[in-house]
Design a protein around this ligand. Sequence first.
Ligand SMILES: Cc1cc2nc3c(=O)[nH]c(=O)nc-3n(C[C@H](O)[C@H](O)[C@H](O)COP(=O)(O)OP(=O)(O)OC[C@H]3O[C@@H](n4cnc5c(N)ncnc54)[C@H](O)[C@@H]3O)c2cc1C
Length: 416
Amino acid sequence: MEARLPSEADAVVVGTGAFGLSVTAQLARLGYRRVVALDRFAVGSQTSPRAAGLFKSVQADELRTRLARMAIETVCTFERDTGVTVPFVASGSLMIARTARHAAVIDEEVEAARRWGVEVDTISPAEAVRLAPYLSAGAIVRAASVPGDIYIEEPVSLLEAYRQAAERFGASVFGQVPVTKVIVSRGAVTGVETPLGTIRTETVVDAAGAWVRAVARTAGADLPIVPLRHQLAISHPLAGVAPEQPIVRIFDAAVYVRPCRGGLMWGGFEVEPLPLDPAAMGEGFSIDRVPLDFRVLEGFAAAVRDTVAVLHGAAVQEHRGGLFTMTPDGRFVVGPVPGVRGLWVLSGCNGSGFSFSPALGRVLAEWIVTGRPSIDVGPLTLARFVRAFAEEELRAAAIHQYTHYYEPVEETSERG
Ligand SMILES: Cc1cc2nc3c(=O)[nH]c(=O)nc-3n(C[C@H](O)[C@H](O)[C@H](O)COP(=O)(O)OP(=O)(O)OC[C@H]3O[C@@H](n4cnc5c(N)ncnc54)[C@H](O)[C@@H]3O)c2cc1C
């Protein structure tokens, strides 16, 4: 059925991934009456449904820890607050290190996370194996347990829940409607153009994932964001694996593992991630065309062979991938776009956009509707970038952040 677009809206959200659908649902929930979300492809069909679905409450700083906890809380109370069920698994997670250097990273993170209110305990290698029997204790130098972490088995279920909640609160969600231009007049947003017509609005949220920069450019703005490929695999069912076993993150190999569909899902952060700008790949390019390389997953399985032996040579039921939106400092980009009144952005996922979407969608919607978010996300706004980046520098910084996912890079005083 052809979409019948409204000609006017209180807010238009560009993109219906985890970020776009979350902020759409929250804007409508907070009382915005005509919220319209548009996607150039099918609703919720690009990077978000390909995520691993992991939530992680131990974060590199207090702000992200608060947001991560808010995100888990939002998922756990989603049904109460919206009437829509989100299936999640209260699995907890384990942090594992097999070198002294990475043990020190875990020790620091445990200490800081406790200070910021996260329940996390150092445990013995034997206890780690008791909790996740697919592990071998031998090489483990340090293990810590985070009982409050969760995962969502099929990430598409969170997207469907957001969409249902958004529509219940009165928002309209359309697939196959690309936004071709954000219309700006005298420094302020006045609408969006699509092939099906123009929608007049004073508020646009750019949540276009790997296309976020291309959408901002139509409004004359630029964003320091680089899309990089990330992949995972899911094995066929394996004896002894059960859904409630914890997520495992092996810091020294930058690999994560969790139960999935009776087998194990695994993925990780390679040292040479593939940059890929979909806006440069032509109109028809979609995430299912991101080239995948199973050798990367084989490399991860080999790197953790002493600890998760079953991955090595495991028969695989799914291999999938998508694009992270990386920023030069590894932090999200949330809030107003300077110089274009009424244009907001929600991006810079840095590999954690799925799990932060419940919180960031909520906080951004509060900001738009009430003028003040309930958590001050000032450090995550574009205002932190005090100068423009040269393309090469931007790409190098983004790759650096990707390859240090489990070892956050020291803060530098000068930001691009
Ligand atoms: C393999 C893999 C595993 C991951 N695992 C995790 C994890 O465990 N936990 C976690 O937190 N994160 C994870 N991530 C990251 C997470 O998937 C992303 O951070 C998140 O999905 C980003 O959501 P998004 O809404 O920005 O992007 P998307 O889901 O890609 O949505 C953006 C949407 O914008 C649309 N769009 C683009 N241009 C336009 C336009 N002009 N007009 C209209 N619509 C447009 C696109 O079609 C798309 O649907 C993983 C990612 C990958 C690839």
